[in-house]
Design a protein around this ligand. Sequence first.
Ligand code: NDP
Ligand code: 8X3
Length: 253
Amino acid sequence: MDSKLPKTIFITGATSGFGKATAKLFNEHGWQTIITGRRGDRLEELAKELGESSLPLSFDVSDRRSVKSAIDNLPPNFNNISVLCNNAGLALGLEAADNADLDDWDQMIDTNIKGLVYTTRNILPLMIGKGEGHIINIGSVAGSYPYPGGNVYGGTKAFVSQFSLNLRADLVEKGINVTSVEPGLAETEFSLVRFKGNTVKASEVYKNTRFIKPKDIAETIYWVATRPKNININRIEIMAGDQAFNPFNVIKK
Ligand code: NDP
Ligand code: 8X3
């Protein structure tokens, strides 16, 4: 590829939070952005802001056929993808496992796990063909450290972390880099989604504390994506300035 041509990043979940900040930052650095998510109106609005080098594609990552169709039908000027950022995801609920809603569990598995593997599997042939590319998956500290109510959400993010390592094992010979970016507490629409639109509960999460901002994660993703090819960042974990680890929960009888 002519190194003077703009590079292209394909971002899932670009309608808010990390994904939107990532689209803006890569755009500022002259990259083409393929911005995706379910809320088409937000994508159109963002695409207007980013200009002609941005392609909005509205689809649900958990719908296997829609993912394939969106990627199969990429226009030729947008199908030379250098970076896939698998960011779309969500947590639903914070109930203990014995009280959790199985529909919430299904949706987290369908989005955070199945959506991520569908997108990866469909983008890979575009990268393999040119012998270079980088897959950047958004995991979470919830995949490494358990907390009450994290149950299936944490499980899906542990999958993201391990899948990233296994992908790299498969792809090293094909010249494809893989990184798992694992943030902690960050203010996005994450808690609004987790608490199903309850703005009071959502804002409590971020009250009187120093949290990660979407731009911090966008900058991390940009840094990871622009490392020289003699290294691969396997995994990178970022906690908020006022966040650390829980003690073990020892029950006294
Ligand atoms: P937001 O809720 O702000 O953004 C989530 C994005 O995912 C939205 O753009 C949403 O778009 C998209 N999305 C959700 N479900 C689907 C779907 N089925 N198909 C397509 N897109 C979907 O939260 P964040 O920016 O915080 O979340 C981004 C990622 O970061 C997630 O994977 C999350 O688990 C992870 N994360 C978040 C942390 C935090 O504290 N905020 C910390 C660690 C990790 P739309 O609704 O338009 O489809
Ligand atoms: C989101 C971080 O700690 O709220 O993945 O689960 S946490």
